[in-house]
Design a protein around this ligand. Structure first.
Ligand SMILES: NC(=O)c1ccc[n+]([C@@H]2O[C@H](COP(=O)([O-])OP(=O)(O)OC[C@H]3O[C@@H](n4cnc5c(N)ncnc54)[C@H](O)[C@@H]3O)[C@@H](O)[C@H]2O)c1
Length: 393
């Protein structure tokens, strides 16, 4: 089997993490790097063995000269769509950081362009293939909880509407692995204790697009005869409730839990459908994380990112989509924007939505308000500006 030739477009935090995984994997070779900042190119190039001649500042030059099989696009969210479209034009498989893009019209264009070029899209939502998720999926496939009937997911305490697009993307992707696709969503979004109004529709931090709601709660109806709840509730501080970052799968005969926070990371199985503290009904049994045979724990590659690469290699070898495909990524956008749509219009939203524009932008327009006022891109500055707006500064 030939190795896949990989280019990394964007060499800061996430680009470095992804490059480490592709560098460590025996079936992928990093053949080029691209960034606007020379220092980042040189630091990462030295670490993963990409020579100066293959370090690019111009992505078109890189694509023309190197013709990689896979291009990883770990850049700010507002750049996902334009850069994905530019790279797809060259007929390369891509993986984009999460979430796929900012609205459904963009998602449709990305999927259509990939289909036209005959290439694959993956979204870097590595949690779905992480070592503990593999353990939970294996336990479920072995029938250890019977039939899945309900799935609970929580974010890690970011401002709800932003958390939905940031951590909610990962959590929804995890939930889809057990429930299948989502047929309908109902959402409630509150800010400062009241139901959101047009003034609470905001430009989100970190290029996330338009968001709303300090506390967002969603009810999900899955294809596989299950329902679910997704919580994205703001806790004091900025993302200070990372221990809340939990997936729980309820079955007819047992339950599975995975916590993805660094402090209490792990997975557990309860051989009873109902949890009661203490006694046999509180007896959660730990599950061992699963790794690919060739994963070296001494390598700097994060195991979830390594699994993500392993899954892309298997998918391309087998001529199929990645478990975290562009189609899944678009469906997750449909769920997240459906939650916003349900929250502002006060009704259940069936998926996929016929209208592909951003529901919060549409709603503000219908309410006679223009586009939301610009907010700081930096997360901490954004929180400060929002607290000031709410009179809390
Ligand atoms: N999967 C995860 O666990 C996870 C965690 C955190 C963040 N993210 C996602 O990662 C992304 C942000 O990654 P980051 O924090 O490393 O981003 P960043 O903004 O810090 O870095 C992006 C890099 O891309 C480069 N770049 C931008 N446009 C370019 C262009 N046209 N040509 C060449 N280089 C270009 C920039 O110079 C910069 O160095 C977001 O999508 C975010 O949602 C994912």
């Amino acid at each position: 089997m030939q190795n896949y030739r990989v280019a990394i477009l964007g060499c800061r935090n996430r680009g470095t993490a992804e490059a480490r995984a592709y560098h460590a994997h025996p079936r992928t070779d990093i053949v080029a790097l691209c960034d606007l900042v020379q220092e980042l190119l040189d630091t990462l190039g030295a670490e993963v063995g990409v020579p100066p001649s293959a370090r690019y500042r111009d992505l078109d030059a890189m694509m023309r000269e190197v013709q990689p099989d896979i291009v990883a696009i770990p850049v700010g969210i507002e750049f996902h769509y334009p850069l994905a479209m530019r790279v797809l034009e060259y007929g390369a498989n891509i993986e984009v950081e999460k979430p796929l893009c900012q609205d459904l019209a963009q998602a449709d264009e990305i999927i259509a362009k990939a289909e036209q070029k005959g290439v694959r899209v993956a979204v870097h939502q590595q949690g779905r293939v992480s070592p503990y998720m593999q353990a939970v999926a294996q336990a479920n496939a072995a029938g250890r909880i019977g039939q899945v009937r309900y799935i609970y997911g929580s974010g890690k305490g970011y401002y709800g509407g932003y958390g939905l697009l940031d951590i909610g993307t990962h959590m929804l992707n995890n939930m889809l692995r057990f429930g299948g696709h989502v047929r309908s969503v109902s959402g409630i979004a509150t800010t400062d204790g009241h139901r959101i109004g047009p003034e609470d529709v905001l430009e989100g931090p970190r290029g996330s697009g338009t968001i709303a709601g300090e506390h967002v709660t969603a009810t999900l109806e899955f294809d596989h005869n299950a329902t679910g709840t997704l919580l994205q509730h703001r806790f004091p501080g900025v993302g200070a409730a990372s221990a809340a970052y939990t997936l729980e799968v309820y079955g007819t005969e047992g339950r599975l839990v995975m916590n993805a926070s660094k402090r209490v990371e792990g997975a557990w199985w309860l051989p009873h459908p109902h949890h009661l503290p203490g006694g046999e009904h509180g007896n959660w049994q730990p599950l061992d994380p699963l790794y690919p045979d060739h994963y070296d724990p001494r390598s700097p590659a994060d195991p979830a990112d390594y699994w993500f690469v392993e899954e892309y290699v298997r998918a391309l070898d087998e001529g199929r989509d990645h478990e975290c495909s562009g189609i899944e990524g678009r469906h997750i956008m449909e769920i997240m924007l459906g939650v916003f749509e349900s929250a502002v219009y006060g009704r259940r939203v069936d998926l996929p939505q016929p209208q592909r524009d951003h529901p919060l932008v549409r709603w503000r327009r219908e309410q006679g308000a223009g586009p939301p006022t610009p907010m700081p891109r930096d997360l901490h500055e954004w929180y400060a500006a929002e607290d000031q707006r709410l009179g809390r500064a």
